[in-house]
Design a protein around this ligand. Structure first.
Ligand code: GTP
Length: 595
């Protein structure tokens, strides 16, 4: 156990985590030259393409220093805010962390939030300034930032480049010399922390764990403490580039277990594995059920694709337990599903995977968050859909989820960012100077206000020079009401939303204006109205147009006429008929992208 080092890499997106991880694998000869493919750890196609590590993985390396053999377990962490609970469990499995800061960019929002998580778990931090090969590196300035942030000595910061290999040997030595070996008692009752799981179509669910105490053997009867399920450890092993089965693993090690589990729902990140016969008295602290926070209706464009959509979502859920779904129907869109996501990026990923992996073309409705509705009778209903809101008379109060956000930016943009946050009902908690012209703003914001266009607007205001990170920060009472949109007098349920009372009138007005732009003129006038209950608060009219597409042909050339009709029919496919009005698919999402 003295020669084991468990560590992770924490970095802001694009600061070079994957590239540096590849160098470590190369320098320790874990990956032979021909297997070396850029970013080995990101093994999903989508991840590689988007350059985002979606699921965390682990990999073992061997390293020799001064004649002594060491085992390194590198635990990879996902890079996006939506997956912060997974990050926290990966961090909990480590004794040290490589903190990578891009020398051209300096400290960003995720650098800080992940660092705090690592410090909370008492990890030894090895600060690394990466991309030192680049001409626009600012080593002095970034060095000051790091020293200020973690209180280390300047000479403790390793200057490196994932591109040229500079500093990699120094990093490997620092892992041995600075990161402590895991503690734990191999003789104690078994206690393993599950920090990740993946679905394999041949083997079922593979859970990754770190043994905190005790020893696990192949064939042992084990129990997952929080789900209370028992399994036989059919196969255990360590994670090299492939899985490598072993007979036994003891405290301090990182490994995997295969035990005939079929769905990802049975394996919860953060759960504890113990023995059935000699269970540990306490499960490992910090277990939490991850709950989806953002919900949206997902509907097939063609009604007959409903069952195909169901089976596609089911397949996605096999390896992504944080995705939830239930069937729902909408008057406007027919049959579909209300899906729950961890956040906006998660939603985008699922939508993209449905399209790419299953060829499913879907309409996604305006996303909303999960609200807690307390009724007069003392009941509590979790509302995931505006149409699920009980009658106003039956409601005692509504609570909405809040986030605590950290925004790091240049001081020039502070004013505009504050205006943006204020418009989103944000409350400034604190502002910290980082260095020179950079500041961190801490805001409490309603999650419901940032799910549409907050991030895009932040980026455009700051010309890309603002980074943003957040974590959930409880629920607060809020004055929310349901805003309905009517087309020619018919309420379109898929366009309803829950909104703070103070913003309802202006939102209703802007939605009507936007729909007027998005819905093409048709053979008759269309009234676009916004309503709160029975009260109409805004109205726009889309004027009729009389357009006979075949008129130009003078009844002469029949094949040309047919072609035109075909073209018109195709155009229709991307429309949804609502009452007598045709609404383009994109209107459902774009209606909320208001300027
Ligand atoms: P996420 O997985 O999205 O969090 O990104 P990451 O932190 O893993 O970054 P990644 O390794 O994908 O690198 C981001 C970009 O920076 C890529 O285009 C790399 O080629 C480039 N890059 C990484 N390290 C270096 C470096 O040391 N020098 C230079 N010049 N470019 C680098």
């Amino acid at each position: 156990m003295n020669n084991i080092r468990n560590f992770c890499i924490i970095a802001h997106i694009d600061h070079g985590k994957s590239t540096l991880a590849d160098r470590l694998l190369e320098y320790t000869n874990t990956v032979a030259g021909k297997e070396m493919q850029a970013q080995v750890l990101d093994n999903m196609d989508l991840e590689r393409e988007r350059g985002i590590t979606i699921k965390s993985h682990a990999i073992q390396m061997g390293y020799k220093l001064n004649g002594e053999e060491y085992v390194f377990n590198l635990i990879d962490t996902p890079g996006h805010v939506d997956f912060s609970y997974e990050v926290s469990r990966s961090i909990a499995a480590c004794e040290g962390a490589l903190l990578i800061v891009d020398a051209t960019q300096g400290i960003q929002a995720q650098t800080i939030s992940n660092l705090y998580m690592a410090l909370e778990h008492d990890l030894e931090i090895i600060p690394i300034m990466n991309k030192m090969d680049m001409d626009n590196a600012m080593p002095e300035e970034v060095e000051d930032q790091i020293v200020e942030l973690i209180g280390c000595k300047p000479e403790e910061i390793i200057r490196a480049s994932g591109k040229t290999g500079m500093g990699v040997d120094e990093i490997l030595e620092a892992i041995v010399n600075r990161i402590p070996a895991p503690k734990g008692d191999p003789e104690a009752p078994l206690q393993c922390l599950i920090f990740d799981s993946v679905f394999n179509s041949f083997r079922g669910i593979i859970a990754y764990f770190k043994i905190v105490n005790g020893t696990i053997n192949k064939g042992d009867l084990v129990k997952f403490v929080n789900t209370e399920k028992e399994y036989s450890a059919e196969e255990i092993g360590i994670l090299k580039l492939d899985m490598s089965p072993t007979k036994s693993l003891s405290a301090g090690n990182v490994g995997y277990i295969i035990s005939g589990i079929k769905t990802s729902k049975e394996v919860k990140v953060g759960d504890t594995i113990t023995h059935v016969k000699r269970p540990c008295p306490k499960s490992i602290e910090g277990f939490q059920e991850v709950k989806p926070m953002v919900f949206a209706g997902v509907y097939p464009i063609e009604t007959e694709d409903f069952e195909d959509l169901r089976s596609s979502i089911e397949k996605l859920q096999l390896n992504d337990a944080s995705l939830t779904f239930e069937a729902e129907s909408s008057v406007a869109l027919g049959f579909g599903f209300r899906c729950g996501f961890l956040g906006m990026l998660h939603m985008e990923i699922i939508q993209e995977r449905l399209d790419r992996e299953f060829d499913m073309n879907v309409i996604t409705t305006v996303p909303n968050v999960s609200y807690k509705v307390y009724t007069n009778k003392g009941g509590l209903i979790e509302v995931h859909n505006p149409s699920g809101l009980p009658d106003i008379m039956a409601i005692d109060r509504i609570e909405e989820p809040y986030i605590r956000a950290s925004i790091i930016t240049r001081t020039d943009y502070i004013g505009q960012i504050m205006t943006l946050c204020l418009g989103k009902r944000g409350e400034l908690v604190k502002q910290n100077y980082i260095s020179g012209n950079r500041m961190e703003l801490i805001y409490d914001l309603p999650l419901g206000e940032i799910v549409f266009d907050f991030y895009d607007r932040l980026k455009s205001i700051s010309k890309g020079y603002a980074s943003f990170d957040y974590h959930m920060n409880g629920f607060r009472p809020s004055k929310l009401i349901k805003l309905d949109i009517l087309l020619n007098g018919e309420s379109v349920d898929a366009l309803s939303c829950l909104i703070h009372v103070d913003n309802a009138v202006s939102l209703g007005k802007r939605m009507c204006e936007k729909l007027k732009e998005l819905i093409p003129r048709q053979q008759f006038d269309i009234a676009v109205q916004a309503a709160i209950g029975a009260k109409i608060i805004s109205r726009e009219t889309i004027k009729a147009v009389r357009k006979d597409v075949t008129a130009k042909c003078y009844g002469g050339d029949i094949s040309r006429k047919r072609k035109l009709l075909e073209k018109q029919k195709k155009g229709k496919k991307r429309m949804k008929q609502i009452g007598n009005v045709e609404v383009p698919q994109k209107a459902f999402l774009e209606v909320l992208k208001l300027d």
